[in-house]
Ligand binder design. Structure first.
Ligand code: IPE
Ligand code: IPE
Ligand code: MG
Ligand code: MG
Length: 331
């Protein structure tokens, strides 16, 4: 690993969401997160570093570190002096995306060729491990034991969720409980970590930590549910990846499972889509999507309730707004 002295380069985030609409403090936090990620990127000139940079440079919403910053600020704490700890969660998220695109056989990520397609699967997998390792390095140097333990828990859950999801591929009897458990493990637990991490940095008591975790868990579940829905009904340009991949991969996600509960015929349509090799697949998928829309199958976020455990104020209001935005996004 080629290491150069740490130093922030310019902050460029091609393909990332505009900062418009964020409160001034979050814009500052986002800039600090980007600078922290640049310090990481500047250190690794090797092929494995290039694969990690390929993803990090492509932008992304940086939601998880921003969530940590928001819960820290909700407790009156400025997270910027500890930004390398905060940004560790984005390194883990990025590592999980490198792995996820290999697992899902996805060719596009953040509007670019996925790293395994641009480099090769071995490099992408090991770059993911590399990112996990650097995240723990940051926590081990400057973070608390609680942060390290919570991060370990989140990553183990993520791995379990990814495998659990694969176990029920092309299984039309997979139900809503299965889909929700997958989403909690693979996505929501890292959101819960991110929300709790902000309260840990703020030195919060157990009850604020628990409230932040519950909020992050609900937000993450809502977020992944919308990700699932966008795979059925989203726009490729806005998403930076083509929709329809979950169905093609044989995954029964939350919207599909909800649709199955309400409309037993959907089960047959999903099976038909899976059975149709090539030619008929598009039409069957359209039928599934149409039925799903008619079912109005969509889970609403429960995150607002959990926020009662955090102090009232503008940051709590913003967190509530973020939960609402998570269910009305298109990317
Ligand atoms: C993508 O997460 C993976 C999911 C958990 C759905 P994001 O939608 O936060 O991805 P980026 O970081 O903005 O690219
Ligand atoms: C996202 O799973 C969860 C992780 C990255 C662990 P998906 O496979 O649903 O996410 P996208 O749709 O590829 O972003
Ligand atoms: Mg995927
Ligand atoms: Mg996946």
């Amino acid at each position: 690993v080629a290491a150069t002295p740490e130093g922030a380069s310019d902050v460029r985030r091609p393909g990332s969401a505009p900062a418009a609409g964020l409160p001034a403090e979050s814009v500052d936090d986002l800039r600090a997160v980007e600078e922290s990620l640049c310090r990481f990127r500047a250190r690794h000139a090797s092929r494995i570093g290039a694969a990690a940079r390929h993803l990090l440079d492509a932008g992304g919403k940086r939601l998880r570190p921003l969530l940590s910053c928001a819960t820290a600020r909700a407790l009156g704490h400025d997270p910027r002096p500890q930004i390398d700890l905060v940004a560790a969660v984005e390194l883990v998220h990025a590592g999980s995306l490198l792995h996820d695109d290999v697992i899902d056989g996805a060719e596009l990520r953040r509007g670019r060729r996925a790293a395994h397609a641009e480099f090769d699967a071995h490099t992408a997998i090991l770059a993911g491990d590399f990112l996990f390792s650097w995240a723990f390095d940051r926590l081990a140097r400057d973070g608390s034991r609680e942060l390290q333990i919570a991060m370990g828990d989140a990553i183990r859950n993520l791995c379990e969720g990814e495998v659990l999801e694969r176990e029920r591929r092309f299984d039309a009897t997979a139900d809503l409980a299965h889909a929700r458990l997958v989403n909690r493990l693979k996505t929501a637990e890292l959101f819960a970590y991110a929300a709790e991490a902000g309260t840990l940095l703020a030195g919060a008591d157990e009850s604020a930590r628990g409230a932040a975790r519950a909020y992050g868990l609900a937000l993450g579940e809502a977020f992944q549910t919308v990700d699932d829905l966008l795979d059925w009904a989203g726009d490729a340009a806005a998403l930076g990846k083509p929709p329809g991949q979950d169905l093609a991969e044989g995954l029964v996600t939350v919207p599909a499972a909800l649709g199955l509960e309400r409309d037993p015929e959907l089960r047959g349509a999903i099976r038909a889509a899976w059975d149709a090799a090539g030619g008929d697949g598009g039409r069957a998928a359209d039928e599934v999507r149409g039925r799903l829309e008619r079912c109005g199958a969509f889970a609403a976020a429960r995150a607002g309730e959990a926020l009662a455990g955090l102090p009232a104020g503008p940051w709590r209001d913003r967190l509530a707004q973020a939960a609402r935005a998570a269910v009305s996004r298109d990317r």
